[in-house]
Design a protein around this ligand. Structure first.
Ligand SMILES: [Zn+2]
Ligand SMILES: [Zn+2]
Length: 390
């Protein structure tokens, strides 16, 4: 029960990689510098590199021995459109773009495992190191799959990881079954009749309609979804009007829905459309809806979850592996990969003091002390999954 010793020795190097990536954040499908960095490091380790898989994605292939067994390890590389509030030396050098979700750390942990595995090769089979672009809501996992990821680089199972602020360093969380919500984005366009702000009787006010539709939508989760199912529907944008004395012609509502099953998502879509259209019609306006499911729910496969938990137990002891973490309402596009092949997605503690700032916050920073834990997980996983002599 311990971290991999050789990986602990890479801690300084991993910190340097992580801070370099942090200082040079790139938005989804624009990760050219990051992909070039990952590729050049993998090549230095002696790993075969395939670039441009799903636009800016990178796959490293490392074979050892003669077994046909395979495993995939996945990290995400993209940053967010957030202006960084931190002032430390490795702060973002790109205005308005920042690694606020720790994908700089995820990329680093997978690189650390790759360096160790390429040097030691205590496994029998093929490892596919999957560095995916564009996790933050724009479909990087799907782009790689559509580009033949699992056809070109077959994986019997695939594993991924996300840091968790607030969870102490040196802890893991592993859940079997549903873990993270499926997500949808929606837009509702309301067409009214514009008029003078002092003459409402000659128009149809889309601002008032938008307010009523927003309130009505809250009844879907409260009154239509079964109370034992979990769901959330948030209207996060209302846009309309430019002047004090003009009733505008149209309004647009936008937002997101999250839940843990495809059935509940279909119910939300159906009822949102019906409510928006009929509330608008009641006011003499017209609503058109566009509802896009962007992520399926993330469902861990039971066998792979047990296996992942056993690896975490080996590293930090069972008392530091939480097996019943609460469901997470955020979404994660690794769910697309888990729809293709069995696997498991786990959480690694980012710290409850240092490292506790929530992801997507302008003051967030990945905790470099988590690097050896995540890299050890990936490395041990390969040595167990592709055990020599199996
Ligand atoms: Zn994120
Ligand atoms: Zn993330």
């Amino acid at each position: 029960m311990a971290l991999v010793r050789e990986i602990e020795a890479l801690a300084g190097e991993m910190t340097a990689w992580r801070r370099d990536i942090h200082a040079h954040p790139e938005l989804g499908f624009q990760e050219t510098r990051t992909a070039a960095f990952v590729s050049s490091e993998l090549k230095k380790f002696g790993i075969e590199v395939h670039q441009g898989v799903g636009k800016t994605g990178v796959v490293g292939v490392l074979k050892s021995g003669s077994s046909k067994r395979t495993v995939g390890l996945r990290a995400d590389m993209d940053a967010l459109p957030i202006a960084e509030a931190n002032t430390f030396a490795h702060k973002s050098t790109r205005p308005g773009v920042m690694h606020a979700c720790g994908h700089d750390g995820h990329t680093t942990m997978l690189l650390g495992a790759a360096k160790y595995l390429a040097a030691t090769r205590k496994f029998d089979g093929t490892v596919h190191f999957i560095f995916q672009p564009a996790e933050e809501g724009i479909g990087g996992a799907k782009a790689m799959i559509d580009d033949g990821l699992f056809r070109r680089f077959p994986c019997e199972a695939v594993f991924g990881m996300h840091n968790r602020p607030g969870m102490p360093l040196g802890r893991f969380a592993v859940r079997s079954g549903p873990m993270m919500a499926g997500g949808a984005f929606f837009d509702i366009d309301i067409e009214g009749v514009g008029s003078h702000g002092a003459r409402p009787e000659s128009g149809v006010d889309p601002v008032l309609v938008a307010a009523h539709v927003t309130a009505a939508l809250q009844s879907i989760v409260a009154r239509n979804v079964r109370p034992v199912d979990t769901a959330v529907l948030s209207v996060t944008q209302i846009h309309s009007g430019d002047a004090y004395n003009v009733i505008p012609q149209r309004a647009r509502l936008s937002g997101t829905a999250r839940c843990f099953s495809n059935e509940v998502m279909a119910l939300i879509e159906r009822n949102l459309k019906r409510l928006a259209e009929s509330v608008a019609q009641g006011f003499g306006a017209k609503a058109t809806t566009d509802f896009r499911v962007t992520f399926p729910p993330l469902l861990n496969h039971p066998q792979e979850a047990e296996f992942a938990a056993s690896i975490c137990n080996d590293i930090v002891g069972a008392e530091n592996v939480r097996r019943d973490p609460p469901l997470i309402m955020a979404s994660e596009d690794f769910a697309f990969m888990l729809n293709e092949v069995p696997g498991c997605y786990i959480n690694v503690g980012n710290g409850d003091g240092e490292g506790a700032c929530e992801v997507h916050n302008p003051s967030y920073d990945f905790n470099d002390r988590a690097n050896p834990y995540g890299a050890s997980f990936f490395a041990r996983l390969v040595e167990q999954r592709l055990r020599v002599g199996l």
